[in-house]
Design a protein around this ligand. Structure first.
Ligand code: GLN
Length: 247
């Protein structure tokens, strides 16, 4: 599941580790992978997909893999999940056409596509992270409110149950274009509708994921070496100006 360039999140994490001398190995959790492979994961990344692919992936993830994924996420392993992935981590996704796709039930949310006539939620998206303790931790690192910049493209609308939203929408549709909420945050799992890819546009999120993965793995405080984010910060400033968003 990487229809909308979400593989860029994996490359971003890999590079930001490499630039700090942190070794990484990428494990593809595809249909050949066993449930046991999840136990070896330090940081989980899931991307977006079209309805048809989501159905195929869901048939594979049900059962032992779902339980393995729930276990590692509830143990605090960090994850970043974009668009089609959070829809599948929820209870179900009702696509525009065809049967309801039963989800993994890890996140207390549901997603519904209002039908092919309905407008898709497409465009640049900006939201402020409000989920606790993530928002406080990021504000501690950044010295200001953590604002995410990305691009959304989804037909499905997501409705949260008893799970924290990741943030509040400043510009764009977010989960459903109605309640002003974006994404979800559960244990150390970040779920969002924001493609982009997300992490190169918001390097502070990539660093939070890397730091959290290392703290979980070595059970000790970890300080990451600062990197030169100048180019990313210039690109963000240019986009916020274009979108007339002051942060
Ligand atoms: N197929 C889903 C939808 O349209 C997810 C799309 C995506 O992953 N960008 O809502």
């Amino acid at each position: 599941m990487s229809t909308y360039g979400d593989r860029g999140n994996v490359i971003c994490l890999q590079k930001r580790c490499q630039w700090r001398g942190i070794q990484t190995s990428i494990v593809e959790l595809d249909r050949q992978a066993e449930a046991g492979a999840f136990q070896k994961i330090d940081l989980l990344v899931g991307g977006g997909a079209q309805d048809r692919q989501q159905e195929i992936v869901m048939r594979d993830l049900q059962g032992a893999k779902a339980e393995a994924m729930r276990q590692i996420l509830e143990d605090g392993i960090p994850g970043v999940f974009t668009c089609g992935s959070p829809q599948l981590l929820g209870h179900y996704y009702e696509p525009a056409v065809g049967q309801r796709i039963e989800g993994l039930g890890i996140l207390d949310l549901v997603s519904k596509h209002p039908g092919l006539e309905a407008r898709r939620c497409i465009g640049n998206v900006v939201f402020e992270i409000t989920a606790s303790p993530l928002a406080e931790e990021l504000q501690g690192i950044l010295g200001k409110k953590p604002v995410v910049l990305g691009f959304e493209n989804h037909g499905g609308r997501t409705y949260l149950g008893n799970v924290s939203p990741l943030g509040k929408v400043i510009k764009g549709y977010g989960n459903n274009g109605e309640d002003g909420m974006e994404g979800a945050f559960y244990c150390n799992a970040i779920a969002t509708y924001s493609h982009g890819p997300l992490l190169p546009k918001n390097p502070f999120l990539a660093d939070w994921l890397i730091q959290t993965a290392l703290v979980q793995k070595y059970q000790q405080a970890i300080a990451l070496k600062d990197l030169d984010n100048d180019l990313a910060l210039q690109a963000r400033a240019a986009m916020f100006k274009r979108l007339d968003v002051s942060v």
